[in-house]
Design a protein around this ligand. Structure first.
Ligand code: GAR
Length: 197
């Protein structure tokens, strides 16, 4: 059974998909703790599923390194097999990534390497593309530049707003995340030697 710590900043709908998947006794992963960099709305899912939480507020620390060191310490309390960044909207310093790599994955609302960064959905709309997508990657020291575990295209429809497009991307993203964790747990995806889906 793969143990997961999931880190969030927002509403946590991807997190909720993992929690729901893990209710199936056959699903080979369990969320053991949920962490956040702020008082994120998504922490309510933790309460609903009876999962412990920790919050390490970014704004309470003098610099990114000291914040990330505390976050890492909080993650390590749970000795997870895998850490999932699921709408976690803070850049993590190299020493945090190196401490967990390659057992650190991230979901992203674009077809990487297209539209990396914090504005993947609005950047796709601004670029006028007809297709974008969703990706699950292994985190490396760049911004959304790590090896791709899984990704899928999503059409940009005429009249799409950032909100409407993001909603459709997240439907795909949640399935990709649940499948990626399953693939990692059963060895179909080897994080040491990932191959593009
Ligand atoms: C997801 O679309 C995720 O890919 C994105 O935030 C959303 C969180 O949704 N993350 C990034 O853009 C990171 N660069 P959720 O809180 O409902 O799971």
């Amino acid at each position: 059974m793969l143990s997961l710590v999931v880190l969030i900043s927002g509403g946590g709908s991807n997190l909720r998909s993992l929690l729901e998947a893990a209710e199936d006794a056959e699903y080979p992963a369990r969320v053991v703790a949920i962490g956040a960099d702020r008082d994120a709305d998504g922490l309510e899912h933790a309460e609903a599923f009876g999962i412990p939480t920790f919050v390490v507020p970014f704004t309470s620390y003098p610099d990114r390194e000291s914040w990330a060191d505390e976050l890492l310490a909080s993650v390590r309390v749970w000795s997870p097999d895998l850490v999932v960044l699921s709408g976690f909207m803070r850049l993590l310093p190299e020493r945090f990534v190196q401490a967990l790599a390659p057992n650190l994955i991230n979901t992203h609302p674009a077809y990487l390497p297209e539209f990396p960064g914090a504005h993947g959905v609005s950047d796709a709309i601004a670029a006028g593309v007809t297709q974008t997508g969703a990706s699950v990657i292994i985190v490396d020291n760049g911004v959304d530049s790590g090896p791709i575990i899984a990704q899928e295209r999503v059409a940009v429809l005429p009249g799409d707003t950032e909100h409407s497009l993001h909603d459709r991307i997240k439907i795909v993203e949640r399935q990709l995340l649940v499948q990626s964790v399953l693939d990692i747990a059963n060895g179909t995806v080897n994080l040491q030697e990932p191959q593009q889906a």
